[in-house]
Design a protein around this ligand. Structure first.
Ligand code: PLI
Length: 462
């Protein structure tokens, strides 16, 4: 009798039309490249990389629909038609009436921080993000982490590790007073926690709390569609709602948002400030002229804005996000088969290796995550990113390293770029590094820039 067919496999919701060849290197070439880069994967030349999982930021493959849009870029200095189309889509997908384009996310963070923060203020947020916090600090604020405790434990499998702990919020309000808190900075999913989402229930509670205390609520909506996807998959009452509907509901609780378009929007450059507040909008529209360019292009070409507008239409498509999160899950499950320690639950945009466990013989000031990222590159040409003590930087008050609980290596998945076969190669490389982990020695930092040091610092082997 014929076996009953089991349909459980799924595949990319597209076929490949253009390919970019990648260079294969030898181990000794990679040893040399790593040494020259000071064992910092940010300082490697991209042509020396085989599978590039440094980031999902601006590394996406655009669709033929987006490329076609690039051809109708209206490159007028003022009033480009692509700007107005993009604005229409900002209203449609994020539900915010006012919009200013920026060249990328941190430009938006810079302006939002400058507009909203007075020196001496406090900004609570669900874990820090590097560029977000630096702009809040440069504007004179102190960042306060109010994420739930579970987020700091890589092995804790709580589904909503991106949630804000309202007890921590209440404590902060009691200590410093609501007047010193211009806004809550909420991201979803939380990048540094492992791509962990917040629940709609938590967002509603935070919204009520902010309303009660007259504190504004701002959203880092950089990967908001992934958060919406997790809500659809995991939260009661959302199964039949579309990602688009969930995104719109999420945004409805915020006063404003910023986006690095280089992620969800499936483009290579771009950023967004969008808000319900006319006064904030007018300030941003004025400020963008100083830092980025006229408010109808914000440092972007007309064709970039067209690609963003079209990317927005694709970012809410269920199949696109399912592919993305599905690839990350597949990678995580394969790594688990080899016993490699990863952050759980598996998040939206990346697999995070728990470097503290992986290289448990290295103390944190020997940079276990930095060491591991360098070892993986040397093994196979796979480029990952440190997300630990180097990324955390120094405490502005004491000047000492910050020692984050999470010491992670991030394997980040560019959208629509790599196949399952690439993932298999990458998994085998990490498994082989894991098998010889006890022999790996740590690093010492020999060069350190003042701001966002992880991008440019250099190391030597101990
Ligand atoms: O890289 P930008 O300036 O377009 O965006 C800054 C930024 C803001 N928020 C969040 C959550 C980010 O993830 C983010 C940038 N992330 C990078 C570059 C990353 O590799 O994760």
């Amino acid at each position: 009798m014929a076996k009953k067919q089991v349909k459980k496999s799924w595949a990319e919701p597209f076929k490949i039309k253009v390919v970019e060849p990648i260079k294969m290197t030898t181990k000794s070439e990679r040893e040399k490249a790593a040494k020259e880069a000071g064992y910092n994967t940010f300082l490697l030349k991209s042509e020396d990389v085989y599978i590039d999982l440094l980031t999902d930021s601006g590394t996406n493959a655009m669709s033929d629909y987006q490329w076609a849009g690039m051809m109708i870029g209206d490159e007028a200095y003022a009033g480009s038609k692509n700007f107005y189309y993009l604005w229409d889509n900002v209203k449609k997908y994020y539900g915010m009436p006012y919009f200013v384009p920026t060249h990328q996310g941190r430009a938006a963070e810079h302006m939002v921080s400058k507009i909203m923060i007075k020196p001496g203020d406090y900004i609570p947020g669900n874990m820090y993000f590097t560029t977000t916090r630096v702009h809040q600090e440069l504007a004179g604020a102190t960042f306060v982490d109010v994420i739930v405790d579970q987020a700091h434990d890589p092995a804790n499998t709580y589904a909503w590790k991106g949630n804000i702990d309202l007890k921590k919020m209440a404590k902060l309000v009691k200590e410093v007073g609501a007047k010193k808190i211009p806004y809550v900075s909420m991201a979803g999913p939380v990048n540094m926690a492992g791509g962990q989402p917040f629940s709609m229930k938590n967002l509603k509670d935070v919204y009520e709390f902010c309303k009660k205390h007259k504190i504004k609520l701002w959203f880092d909506a950089t990967r908001a569609c992934e958060n919406a996807y997790f809500i659809k998959e995991k939260e009661k009452g959302y199964k039949t709602k579309s990602v688009e509907q969930i995104l719109k509901e999420m945004c409805s609780y915020f006063d404003g948002l910023w986006v690095s378009a280089k992620k969800d929007l499936l483009v290579n450059i771009g950023g967004i400030i969008a808000t319900k507040n006319k006064k904030v909008y007018e300030e941003a529209r004025n400020m963008v002229v100083v830092y980025e360019g006229l408010h109808t292009y914000g440092g972007l070409a007309g064709r970039d804005m067209e690609a963003m507008a079209r990317g927005m239409e694709e970012m809410v498509e269920y199949d696109n996000i399912h592919l993305r999160v599905g690839q990350v899950e597949y990678c995580g499950h394969q790594l688990e088969k080899y016993g490699v320690p990863i952050v759980k639950p598996i998040g939206g945009h990346a697999i995070f290796l728990d470097a503290k466990k992986f290289l448990s013989h290295l103390p944190q000031d020997q940079f276990p995550a930095q060491t591991l990222a360098a070892e993986i590159y040397i093994d196979s040409g796979v480029r990952a990113m440190e997300r630990g003590i180097a990324s955390a930087g120094r405490d502005p008050e004491t000047g000492d390293h910050r020692y984050p609980k999470l010491e992670l290596v991030r394997l980040t998945f560019p959208r629509r770029v790599y196949t399952q076969a690439h993932i298999d190669v990458m998994v085998e490389s990490i498994a082989s590094v894991y098998a010889r982990r006890k022999k790996i020695k740590g690093l010492k930092m020999v060069y350190e820039p003042k701001y966002l040091r992880f991008f440019q610092c250099k190391f030597e082997r101990l």
